[in-house]
Design a protein around this ligand. Structure first.
Ligand SMILES: Cc1cc2nc3c(=O)[nH]c(=O)nc-3n(C[C@H](O)[C@H](O)[C@H](O)COP(=O)(O)OP(=O)(O)OC[C@H]3O[C@@H](n4cnc5c(N)ncnc54)[C@H](O)[C@@H]3O)c2cc1C
Length: 795
C-alpha cells in the first residue's frame, strides 16, 4: 500500500533525471505538495546507464545558459545535501580533422565567448598533451572547454529527490500512471496503479514513454526511441585519474575514461529506431542486445583514434534506448491540446546535461506560466500534428541521432520524413527547379535552380548566384514569393474588435480594409508572436502568422478569449498566399485585370480579380520592394500563379526573401524577436498603441521608460565575409552583443547581419567574430537598404 495523496498541485510522471529535476524545482519554487510518480525505481529508464557528459556550449544563448545552470546546480546540490552527484569537472576537448570541422569548432568557440563560456583554440600538440592516448596525426586543431564535466546520473537523480523531499515534495516508486483525467480540455488528475490523484497540472517526464503518456490526455509528444551505443573496456594502461571528455565528431565519437578503462560512445550516421511498444511496459534497468555489425564502422573510427583499443579488453558494448524528436531538440512547456499538461521530454541524448536547467524552466512554466527565459526553440507546441506518426518518427528519429555530430552548415535539411505537407503550388515549384526546405511539415522553395543538390559549406554557398538572381528579379522587375504556409487564423463575432484590442499591442480598431502589423505580448511586455491582421469586416479579422507559430498562437488566443463573444478558426489550409513584389508588380496587376489594386494605399487590402480568379490583395511588403500579398482560395493558386509567370514575374524562394528582409531591417520571430525581447529593444515600439489595457501594456510602458533599442543592422566591410547569425559582436574590442540573422545583401553588395547590441551608438565601428576571425563593419539603427520613395512602374 502506498500513501498516495488524494490531491497534489502538480504530478510529475517519471523518475528519470528530468522528472527529479522538475520535482526539485517545483518544491523549491513553493509547490511543496508536488509529487513524483515512478512506475519502477528512480532512474530505471534511460538515466541509469547514461554516459552523463555535460558540455555547456549549445547553439543558442539560452540553451547554453540552461546547461550552465545544470553545472552550477549539480555542484551546489552536493554542498547542500552532503550527498555526491558524482560531478567531475575535468573539461572537454573537441578535435577537428577536416577544415570544415575546424571552422565549425572555431565558430563554437566564438559562440562560447559570446555566451560567457570559457573556450580556447589549442594546437594539435597541446591536444595530444591533454589526451596522450589519442592518435593526433590527422588532428588539425582543437578547442579546449575547461568548464565541462560529467556526473553520476543516478546520483544526481537521488540527490535532487532528497533535496525536493526536504522541501515537502514526495516521490512514489512502483506507482504507474495508467490514465490522465481531463475535463473541458484541462487536466484534472491522474489514475494510477495505486489510485487516483486530483491535480492542477501534470508534467510528463516519462522519457521515451512520453508519447504514450501524453496521448492519455489527448496530447501529442512526437518522439521515438533509438538504440544508442557505447563501448566499455577493462583497465587500460596509461589512463591515470579522471580525464577530460574527448569529442572526435568527425569520427562520430565521444570518449572518456570509466573506472580505469575507456568509454567510447558514438552517433553513427543512421540510428536504429525502436518501434513504440517494443520495449514492453516493464522495461526497467534494461539494456538492448549488443550489435557489433552496426557498431563496426564506429569501432574502426575508435581504433584509429585510440590505438590502445587493439589490446584493451572489451567489457561490453552497452546498448541503451534514448528518445529523439523530429528536430533534435527536447520538448518543454504546455501542450497545445490540453491545458495543464506540460511536457519535459525527448531529450535527444543530452538529457543529463540539460535536466538541471530544463527542470527549472519546466517548473517555472508550470507555476508562473512561462519559462525563466526564452526557450521557444524547445516549445512543446512547435511540431505540426503530421509529425506524430510512427512511420515519420521511425524515419526521422534515426536520422536525428545521426545528425547529432553533423557540422552546422547553413542550409542543412533533414532527408527523411519529407513531403509531409505540400503547398498548392508544389508541382509548379518543383517544375521550376525549387530546392525545398521543410517548415512545420510544409515543403517551401529555398531557392530555384536546375542544379544538383548543393554541396554544403561555410564559404560562399552553391546557391549564391541563383539567390542573387531572384533578389534582382524582385528588385528590378517582379518576383513571386510563395507565402502559403503562413498560419492563418480567422476571428469572427461581435466581440472581435474588443478581443483583439485586448490581446494585440497595436490599435486594432481600424476600419475594415486595414492591414495592421501587430504583436502578441505577454504580461512581461515581451513577444509571444508578431503577425499581420486584415480587418475583413466590422466583426471579422484574419491574422497571418509564421508557419510554425500557428498552434502556439491559436493556443495563446484561445487562452485569452474567455468573456469575448468570438469564434476562432484555423483557416491555414483554405488559402494560398502569393507575395507579388517588385517595381513591375503594378503593370502585371494591370495586365491581369486588377488595375484597381494600384489605388490601394500602404497597409490597406482590397478585393480584385486577377486572371479571372478572386484575390484579396494586401499592400505590404516583407522584402522592401513595393507589392502585394495576394490571398486566394488554395484551389485557385495554380491559375493565378501561371498568369503571373506568363505576365513576366519570376519565382523567388526563402533565401532571397531572408536576404531582402535583413537588408530592410525587418525583425523576425525566433531571430530578432522572442519572449526575452520587447518592442522597445526591437525598435518597434512605434507600432504599439499608447493606450493601456492590452496584455503587456503596463510592462511596455515601463520598458519605454527604462530600456532602449538594441536591434541594429551591421554591414560588413569585406564582401567575402560569411556571417550566419549567432556570432559575437564587438564594440571597442569588447563583446557587446550577438548577430541574430545574417545574409549577403545583394542590393547593397555586401554581407550584413541584424544584431542585438548594447551601448554602441549609431554609426559605430564594430567587429563580428566569425569562426574566431574578426570582421570589421558599421552598425546602424536603420535599414541597410531602404527603397523609400520608389514607385511602382505603371502604378
Ligand atoms: C547510451 C546513452 C548515453 C548517453 N549519454 C549522455 C551524455 O553523455 N550526456 C547527456 O546529457 N545525456 C546522455 N544520454 C541521454 C540521457 O541519459 C537521457 O536524455 C536522460 O537520461 C533522459 O532522462 P529522462 O528523465 O527524460 O528519461 P528516463 O530516464 O527514461 O526516465 C523516464 C522515467 O519515466 C518512467 N515512466 C514511464 N512511464 C511511466 C508511467 N506511465 N508511470 C510512471 N512512470 C513512468 C520510467 O520508468 C522512467 O524511469 C545518454 C543516453 C544513452 C542511452
Amino acid at each position: 500500500m502506498t500513501d498516495l495523496p488524494a490531491h497534489a498541485s502538480v504530478v510529475v510522471i517519471g523518475g528519470g533525471i528530468m522528472g527529479c529535476s522538475t520535482l526539485y524545482h517545483l518544491a523549491e519554487m513553493g509547490a511543496g505538495d508536488a509529487i513524483l510518480l515512478e512506475r519502477d525505481k528512480l532512474a530505471s529508464g534511460t538515466t541509469w546507464h547514461s554516459a552523463a557528459q555535460v558540455r555547456a556550449l549549445r547553439h543558442s544563448r539560452n540553451l547554453t545558459r540552461m546547461i550552465r545552470y545544470s553545472i552550477d546546480l549539480y555542484s551546489r546540490l552536493e554542498r547542500e545535501t552532503g550527498q555526491s552527484t558524482g560531478w567531475i569537472g575535468r573539461g572537454s576537448l573537441s578535435i577537428a580533422t577536416t577544415p570544415d570541422r575546424l571552422a565549425h569548432i572555431r565558430r563554437q568557440e566564438a559562440l562560447a565567448h559570446a555566451f560567457g563560456v570559457e573556450a580556447a583554440s589549442i594546437s594539435p600538440g597541446e591536444a595530444k598533451a591533454r589526451w596522450p592516448l589519442m592518435n593526433a596525426d590527422d588532428v588539425l586543431g582543437a578547442v579546449w572547454s575547461p568548464e565541462d564535466g560529467r556526473v553520476g546520473p543516478s546520483d544526481v537523480s537521488a540527490v535532487l529527490v532528497r533535496a525536493a523531499r526536504a522541501r515537502g515534495a514526495r516521490l512514489f516508486e512502483d506507482v504507474r500512471v495508467t490514465g490522465i483525467l481531463t475535463e473541458n480540455g484541462r487536466v484534472r488528475g491522474v489514475e494510477t496503479s495505486a489510485g487516483a490523484v486530483i491535480c492542477d497540472a501534470v508534467a510528463v517526464c516519462a522519457g521515451l514513454w512520453s508519447r504514450e503518456v501524453a496521448a492519455m490526455a489527448g496530447a501529442r509528444a512526437p518522439l521515438l526511441a533509438c538504440e544508442h551505443f557505447y563501448l566499455l573496456t577493462g583497465p587500460v594502461e596509461g589512463l591515470t585519474g579522471n580525464m577530460p571528455t574527448l569529442s572526435d565528431h568527425d569520427g562520430r565519437l565521444y570518449i572518456r575514461d570509466d573506472s580505469g578503462g575507456l568509454l567510447v560512445g558514438c552517433f553513427e550516421p543512421m540510428g536504429k529506431p525502436i518501434p513504440p511498444g517494443a520495449l514492453g511496459e516493464n522495461f526497467a534497468f534494461g539494456l538492448l542486445p549488443e550489435d557489433w555489425d552496426h557498431f563496426g564502422p564506429m569501432m574502426a573510427n575508435a581504433l584509429h583514434r585510440l590505438p590502445v583499443l587493439e589490446t584493451a579488453g572489451v567489457r561490453m558494448l552497452l546498448n541503451g534506448p534514448e528518445s529523439f524528436t523530429p528536430d533534435g531538440m527536447f520538448m518543454l512547456g504546455e501542450t497545445a491540446e490540453t491545458r495543464g499538461l506540460f511536457l519535459g521530454c525527448g531529450m535527444n541524448s543530452v538529457g543529463v546535461a540539460s535536466a538541471g536547467g530544463a527542470g527549472m524552466n519546466l517548473a517555472h512554466c508550470i507555476l508562473r506560466g512561462h519559462t525563466a527565459y526564452d526557450l521557444s526553440e524547445a516549445d512543446a507546441m512547435r511540431f505540426a500534428p503530421v509529425f506524430d506518426s510512427v512511420e515519420h518518427l521511425m524515419a526521422r528519429a534515426a536520422e536525428v541521432l545521426g545528425a547529432h555530430y553533423e557540422i552546422a552548415y547553413p542550409g542543412r535539411q533533414f532527408a527523411t520524413a519529407r513531403d509531409l505537407r505540400r503547398v498548392a503550388l508544389d508541382t509548379e515549384h518543383r517544375a521550376a527547379g525549387a530546392h525545398m526546405g521543410q517548415f512545420y511539415g510544409w515543403e517551401r522553395p529555398l531557392w530555384f535552380g536546375k542544379t544538383a543538390e548543393p554541396v554544403l559549406r561555410f564559404d560562399r554557398p552553391d546557391w549564391f548566384e541563383a539567390v542573387g538572381a531572384e533578389v534582382m528579379a524582385a528588385h528590378q522587375r517582379a518576383a513571386v514569393f510563395d507565402l502559403s504556409s503562413f498560419g492563418k487564423i480567422e476571428i469572427e463575432g461581435p466581440g472581435a474588435e474588443a478581443f483583439l484590442l485586448h490581446v494585440c499591442a497595436s490599435n486594432m480598431a481600424r476600419a475594415p480594409g486595414a492591414v495592421i502589423y501587430t504583436a502578441l505580448l505577454n504580461e512581461r511586455g515581451t513577444y509571444e508572436s508578431d503577425l499581420t491582421a486584415q480587418r475583413l469586416a466590422a466583426d471579422r479579422y484574419r491574422l497571418y502568422t509564421g508557419a510554425a507559430a500557428i498552434a502556439r498562437d491559436l493556443a495563446w488566443l484561445r487562452r485569452h478569449a474567455e468573456g469575448f463573444d468570438i469564434r476562432l478558426r484555423d483557416v491555414t489550409e483554405d488559402h494560398a498566399v502569393l507575395g507579388l513584389m517588385g517595381p513591375d508588380s503594378a503593370r502585371i496587376a494591370g495586365v491581369l485585370g486588377g488595375p484597381a489594386l494600384n489605388a490601394l494605399g500602404y497597409f490597406r487590402h482590397g478585393i480584385a480579380d486577377l486572371a479571372g480568379r478572386r484575390v484579396r490583395a494586401a499592400r505590404l511588403s516583407y522584402v522592401g520592394e513595393a507589392g502585394w500579398e495576394l490571398t486566394c482560395r488554395a484551389a485557385d493558386a495554380s491559375a493565378i500563379y501561371a498568369a503571373l509567370m506568363e505576365a513576366g514575374a519570376a519565382p523567388a524562394g526563402l533565401f532571397a526573401q531572408a536576404s531582402m528582409r535583413i537588408e530592410k531591417g525587418f525583425a523576425a520571430m525566433g531571430h530578432e524577436l522572442d519572449s526575452d525581447i520587447g518592442p522597445v529593444e526591437a525598435g518597434l515600439e512605434r507600432m504599439c498603441s499608447r493606450k493601456n489595457g492590452f496584455v503587456g501594456s503596463d510592462a511596455l510602458d515601463e520598458c519605454r521608460r527604462t530600456r532602449c533599442r538594441s536591434l541594429a543592422t551591421i554591414v560588413l566591410d569585406d564582401p567575402g565575409s560569411q556571417p550566419l547569425g549567432h556570432e559575437p559582436v564587438l564594440f571597442n574590442g569588447r563583446i557587446a552583443g550577438r548577430t541574430t540573422s545574417a545574409a549577403f545583401g545583394y542590393r547593397i553588395g555586401r554581407p550584413l547581419a541584424l544584431a542585438h547590441v548594447a551601448g554602441a551608438p549609431d554609426g559605430a565601428a564594430v567587429e563580428v567574430d566569425i569562426a574566431a576571425t574578426r570582421h570589421a563593419g558599421r552598425l546602424r539603427f536603420a535599414p541597410a537598404f531602404d527603397p523609400e520613395g520608389r514607385r511602382m512602374r505603371g502604378g
